[in-house]
Structure formats: C-alpha cells, structure tokens
Design a protein around this ligand. Structure first.
Ligand code: AMP
Length: 229
C-alpha cells in the first residue's frame, strides 16, 4: 500500500492530485491544511492559536501540527496500511520527527511526490481559487509570503527525500491527465499500486483517467519492492 507524502508549493496541485491518488489506491487522504481549517472553524482554543499563523501564511509550530496530525495518520494507516499526506511534513524538523515516528510504528513513507509549476502560474491559480472559494490566505501578499516560506522551510525537504531515493518530481504545468499518467506509472514501477484484477500492468498513460474507482480495487498491502523512508 502506498504511504505517500505530497510535497509542493501552494498552488501546484497537491490537493487535487492527493484526492485523485486516494481514488486510485484507497489510501486515505490526510490534508494538514484541511485539518487546521476545521480546527479554526470549530473555534476551539487550539483553533484560535492555529488561525494566528495560518491567516498570515506562516507555518503553525511543529508541536501543534504533531498534536493534530499524529493520531489521525496512525488511525488511518492502521485501518488501511497507507496514507496520502497532503501538506505534511513542511519543515526539516517535521520530516525528521515523522521519519522517526514512522519507523517506530511501522508506517514509514515509501514515496514523495514533488509537484512544481512556474511561480507566476502558482500565483494565478491561487488568485483564481480565491475568487472561487474565498480562502482567507489566498490574497496576493499572503500568497507571496507562503511561497517564500516554501522556499526557505520546505524546499530543503526535496533533496532530503531525493537522497533517500523515494522522490518523484513532476511538473503540473501541463494537462492533469499527463501528470496523473506519469504518477501512476512511477508508483506502479515501484510496486506501490494495487493490482487491478485481470488487467495487464502495461501502458497506464492510456488509461490514467479511466481506472476503476476505489471500491473496485483491492486494498491489501503489497509486499513488493517498497523502498522505505
Ligand atoms: P495548505 O492547505 O496546505 O495550503 O495549508 C494552509 C496553511 O496551513 C499553511 O499556509 C500553513 O499556515 C498551515 N499548515 C499546513 N500544513 C502545515 C504544516 N505541515 N506545518 C505547519 N503549518 C502548516
């Protein structure tokens, strides 16, 4: 089963491709940003602390993130053996602590997908999203700040995971179906996709948009070729 980290600057499509990956693998989608926004909406003390950071586009402190995320990742992975982590980890300390924690509980990540797009394209997509969804941190000044935070805090994770041999870098400045075909082929070559009964594994690019739904796929752990984070 895939245990994947989606790593990308804001606007590169990690939410979209995470949801798609979940539909193809059955591994639960866990979005750090969604969980934080839900906490803010609840209006809890924790939510108020979180909002002070997210509204400015700053990262929430690592301890808060672990407090919110760790039980959810463990429960999801316990149920299915996998996860699609969207927006976590985002700092080197988070990555190191997550690797340590993952090793302790037998849930180490086996793939990291790094999505990229030119900066102005990222800004335009986020401004579009602001018009559609009205997310408070999708304003130009905050967007620029989030991109700067990505460059200083999150980008170093790319080399860290590349060094571990589990990173796939994909440009999302092209049709979604092409991105998904490359993603599928890479995961499959590494033995991370559940087999589709009665179907040859060749040439997923031809059918990346037409795979069976989650319900059609077996969700058992695949004991083959998994590189551990
Ligand atoms: P996202 O929905 O992934 O764009 O995240 C929205 C905001 O939530 C970010 O700008 C951060 O303020 C916060 N956030 C999300 N994930 C993390 C994380 N792993 N560590 C710290 N802050 C985070």
């Amino acid at each position: 089963m895939v245990r994947v980290i989606m790593l990308s600057p804001p606007g590169a499509g990690k939410g979209t491709h995470s949801r798609w990956l979940t539909s193809k693998t059955g591994a639960p989608h866990i979005s750090a940003g969604d969980l934080l926004r839900a906490e803010v909406e609840r209006g809890s003390d924790l939510g108020r602390q979180v909002a002070a950071y997210t509204s400015r586009g700053d990262l929430v402190p690592d301890d808060l993130i672990f407090r919110i995320l760790a039980p959810i990742v463990v429960a999801a992975a316990h149920d299915t053996g996998g996860y699609v982590l969207d927006g976590f980890p985002r700092t080197m300390p988070q990555a190191l602590r997550a690797a340590e924690f993952g090793a302790e509980v037998g849930l180490t990540s086996n793939a990291v997908i790094y999505l990229t797009a030119p900066e102005e394209e990222l800004v335009n997509r986020l401004l579009d999203r602001a018009r559609r969804d009205g997310r408070p941190d999708d304003q130009l000044g905050v967007i620029r700040h989030r991109l700067a935070i990505f460059a200083s805090e999150t980008a170093p994770l790319v080399d860290y995971y590349r060094g571990r041999g589990i990173l796939l870098e994909l440009s999302t400045d092209r049709p979604e179906a092409d991105v998904q075909a490359d993603l599928l082929n890479w995961l499959e070559a590494r033995g991370l996709m559940p087999p589709v009964p009665g179907e040859s594994t060749a040439n997923h690019s031809a059918r990346a948009g037409a795979m069976p739904t989650t319900r059609d796929l077996p969700h058992d752990d695949q004991p083959v070729n998994q590189t551990q984070a």
